[in-house]
Structure formats: structure tokens, C-alpha cells
Design a protein around this ligand. Structure first.
Ligand code: KIV
Length: 302
């Protein structure tokens, strides 16, 4: 008899070891149970339940609209599907940074109510004290600098960050602040490749790039972009590795046509019963016709 080995959950110590050993890794977002299972079984070590949820799954025009309850709901589904990967819950707009007590309490909900193992917060220098407080309470935190979509109204749009001298210096300061505050990794979003490489060289925690070129320690992408499920605008930094949206549409059209033509459901997709039982129920046997129900008085128990 062979007992199957229990699956061990990836921890931030494993991520640190992979980083030390120069092992580059891919991470990706997920928002639901089946996708989390597929991503987990593909061996992706870190899954982010990103607040991109709002735009790619819930149809909002910005991530600013996503609530903590929506994030917790989807994080729970992902945590149920991922048996191996480290699950990171993305803290939504204003669920952190208003007060440290509230930030820690909300971060804690991702672990205690949604079974994530870590959280992510946006912002460099501006979020460093908050990040430090969450880490001090025992919760691993992933940082996120560069284009921080929750601050899109302040940044003036979804554009590359760090191209000017001033903003490049600010970005390096942000990266160092996040590391100093205790983050186990930091996302660099929409940053010039050269600057992302320079930041990666200066840090001793992994950088996880998205739209940040090839010189980061790891990469993250939004799952709908990668599988070809994103409708409308796909960012330049994303590559479609499949056409799941097209496959989905084709399957739905096939189902619709099969129902209309009578091809589905067929016998193999149906169940049957003993003919004699049906004959009795329908009064087709010698049973008294009077026993066959025609109309049921509403107050009668069946
Ligand atoms: O919400 C998200 O999907 C993210 C990634 C783009 C890093 O923050």
C-alpha cells in the first residue's frame, strides 16, 4: 500500500530560498476555485488574488471599487483550490493606510477568514509604516510599486513609471523602503526594464515584474491576459499563451445548437427508471385509475 505524500504549502522561506538560489519563477493571479486548481497543479508557487478582480471578473472600470468583502470571498475560493501555492490576498483601496490598527485588522482577515498566507499592499515610501505594522503582527507582506492602480487618479493614468530622473530616484527609494519595512517580495509594475534591473540588483528580496522587462527575479501576469480571456484592451506587456475566450465561446455555441437541434441531451446523458413503476404511476397497469394523482390539493403532504 502506498500512502500518498501530503502536499506541503509553499512558504515565504521557500520563496527566499528560490531567490537565493537564483531560481526564477512565474506567478499569476487567480480569482476562483477551478482556475486556482489549474494554476496550482501547473506548479506556480505563488498565486495572487489581485484586486484586478474588479476589472477582469466583476466588470468595474477601476480597482478602486473593489470591496474587502469581495476580495475575501474570492480569496477563499482560491485558497480552497490551491493546495500547494502560497496564496496572497490583495488588500483593496483604503482597507489599509487609513490607520495602522485597521490595516493590521483587515490584513488579518485575509489569513483568518479567507485562508491566504500573505497579503499585498500598494505603495513604497508612503505605505512603508503600514507594511511594517502588518509584518510586525506576523503577516507576510508583498509590496507593490511603480504603477499602483489604486492610485491611478493621482498618477494620471495607467502609464510607465520611473522614466524621468526624479521618478526613477523615487522608485528606487520606494523599493528600498518596502524592503526595509519587511516585505518578502515586491511587485514592480510598468517600470522601464533597465530601471527594474537596477532595482533588482540593489535589493535582497525578489522583485516580481509586470510590464517591467526581463531583469526581475520573477514575473507576474493577470491570468485572463495570459489565457486569452481578457475582453477589450490587453496591455502591451501581456502575451496570450492560449485562446480560452474563443474556446469558451465555441463550447457555448455548440451547446446552444445541440439543445436546439435535439442532439443534447442524448440517452447517455439521461437516466431511466423501471417501466413497470412508471406504468403504475401513470395508471397504465391494472392499478385503479382513481389512485393516479391528477391535481394535488396544496394542503396535502406528498
Ligand atoms: O491586482 C493585480 O492583479 C495586481 C498585479 C497586476 C500585480 O496587483
Amino acid at each position: 500500500m502506498s500512502a500518498s505524500k501530503p502536499v506541503r504549502r509553499i512558504t515565504i522561506a521557500d520563496i527566499a530560498r528560490m531567490y537565493e538560489e537564483g531560481e526564477r519563477f512565474a506567478t499569476i493571479t487567480a480569482y476562483d476555485y477551478p482556475t486556482a486548481r489549474i494554476v496550482d497543479e501547473a506548479g506556480i508557487p505563488v498565486i495572487l488574488v489581485g484586486d484586478s478582480l474588479g476589472m477582469v471578473m466583476l466588470g468595474y472600470d477601476t480597482t478602486v471599487r473593489v470591496s474587502i468583502d469581495e476580495m475575501l470571498h474570492h480569496t477563499r475560493a482560491v485558497a480552497r483550490g490551491a493546495k500547494h501555492a502560497l496564496v496572497v490576498g490583495d488588500m483593496p483601496f483604503l482597507s489599509y493606510g487609513v490607520s495602522q490598527e485597521e490595516s493590521v485588522e483587515h490584513a488579518g482577515r485575509f489569513l483568518s477568514e479567507a485562508y491566504a498566507q500573505a497579503v499585498k499592499i500598494e505603495g513604497g515610501v508612503r505605505s512603508a509604516r503600514t507594511l511594517e505594522a502588518i509584518v510586525a503582527s506576523g503577516i507576510p507582506v508583498m509590496g507593490h510599486i511603480g504603477l499602483t492602480p489604486q492610485a491611478v487618479n493621482q498618477l494620471g493614468g495607467f502609464r510607465v513609471q520611473g522614466r524621468s530622473r526624479e521618478s526613477a530616484r523615487k522608485l528606487i527609494a520606494d523599493a528600498l523602503a518596502v524592503q526595509e519595512a519587511g516585505a518578502f517580495a515586491v511587485v514592480l509594475e510598468l517600470v522601464p526594464a533597465e530601471l527594474a534591473g537596477a532595482i533588482t540588483e540593489r535589493l535582497s528580496i525578489p522583485t516580481i515584474g509586470i510590464g517591467a522587462g526581463p531583469h526581475t527575479s520573477a514575473e507576474i501576469q493577470v491570468v485572463t491576459d495570459v489565457i486569452g480571456l481578457t475582453q477589450g484592451f490587453t496591455p502591451r506587456h501581456a502575451r496570450r499563451f492560449g485562446e480560452v475566450g474563443e474556446a469558451l465561446a465555441e463550447a457555448v455555441r455548440g451547446y446552444r445548437d445541440a439543445v436546439i437541434s435535439g442532439d443534447f441531451p442524448a440517452e447517455a446523458e439521461s437516466s431511466s427508471m423501471e417501466e413497470q413503476v412508471l406504468d403504475e404511476v401513470l395508471g397504465r397497469s391494472e392499478l385503479d385509475q382513481a389512485e393516479v394523482p391528477t391535481a394535488i390539493p396544496l394542503d396535502r403532504d406528498l
